[in-house]
Design a protein around this ligand. Sequence first.
Ligand SMILES: C[S@@+](CC[C@H](N)C(=O)[O-])C[C@H]1O[C@@H](n2cnc3c(N)ncnc32)[C@H](O)[C@@H]1O
Ligand code: SF4
Length: 425
Amino acid sequence: MNQKGFDKDQAKLVSKPLFAWIAFSNRCNLNCTHCQRPLLKRQGVLIPTDMSWEVFGKLESDVFPYLKRIQFGGNNFGEQLFAANWDRFFERISQFGLKITVVTNGTLLSSERIKRMVDAGVEFNFSLEGITAKSFETVRGYPFDKFLDIVRETCREKNRKAEKGSKVNLGFTASYDNIGEILDLLRMADQLGVDRVTIPHFIPWEESQRQQSLAVHKELANQIFRKAEQLGRELNLKVDLPRPFRTDNPQENADLPEEKSSKEIIPCYHPWQSVSINEKGDVTPCCAAGEILGNLARLNFAQIWGGFKYKKLRETVNSERPLRFCQNCPLRGIEVGSSESIALWNDEDILLAGIGHGRKVSSPVLYKVRNNISKTRWGRRLLPHVIEFYRRYWAFTAMYLWDNGLAVLQRTQLRLARFKNGFHP
Ligand SMILES: C[S@@+](CC[C@H](N)C(=O)[O-])C[C@H]1O[C@@H](n2cnc3c(N)ncnc32)[C@H](O)[C@@H]1O
Ligand code: SF4
């Protein structure tokens, strides 16, 4: 996209999304210990929902025809194959001839589903956090041998129908507990015949999980990632590893690329090229930003894509004053459909953001307030709806007004200071 794409006038542009993250359900058949979903359930802020036919119909008429690529899973906490209408939705989506990726726990893949999805050329991203029965089952609570049988069957099927272009990948969420298994993971992947292994960081959501983050064990993480890179090359296996951490050891940092200057604006193309839509029809700009720009149960996609919030987002995203959620976003500069993701970053503020690191507002305080409200019967019932209402109708506007108010305040302060110092422009 050329520089014109960032002009104010271009904010009304006629582009359509090429890539979409879509979620059909925020329900799940598992209760993994590392996942935020069980926590959200405990806090009473999760309203279990599947996508309605009404919202699906709007995707069919207004979004799917323009897409080149679609990813199910990764933009919410849920298992997409658990959606009540998965099979019927999938059958209809297959007609669009899109490249489809599914991030899944794999446990709901019957032989019949595997066949249908391989026929549609699906890229399967199986998630795991351990390669022994003990480590896998401690997190996922599902028999490891059954999981492996499903991955093996999917590999066999994609090899049998190589012309369909289906792929099988493994996604291993790396933490302090399982980092020692990474090299054996690559050997196992090689034996299974998978196409790619991605090793994103575990992101803690509760203070008690801090020690599980590799951001707290940087040298150990760098050491193992280096070995994994080497082994991947030897096995001729594609491996996506997190960027190495900067450490206190200057020798280790010597090979790392220069830190980006905080003034440098890396352009973001997502508001023109991609979109994220969840099971309730909430439209957000990408999988990194949870800011809701409109809801498909109430509006048509064109009204949201061309609406006020998207316009403000496009006007500001590549300016010197992006909206708050766009500042320092790790998806900046990442191509649509690339295998890079937030969790492959080495930024401590991002990896530990869930437990309040690098934030101005202390999230533990907010969590405490939320927890106390959800302890009461009425609080528990009302809280999810209040939060959803706020996020859907007020959050964006409140943030926009707050950011602009702050900007005016800063400018006034600057003028006053200049005036006091006797400088009159
Ligand atoms: C939330 S899940 C949803 C898709 C599907 N249910 C699954 O398990 O693959 C998407 C991915 O996020 C990962 N994930 C869950 N909790 C995480 C955490 N705290 N930090 C990093 N990744 C996490 C999962 O392991 C999975 O690979
Ligand atoms: S299967 Fe996926 S969504 Fe479900 S609890 Fe586990 S990580 Fe979370």
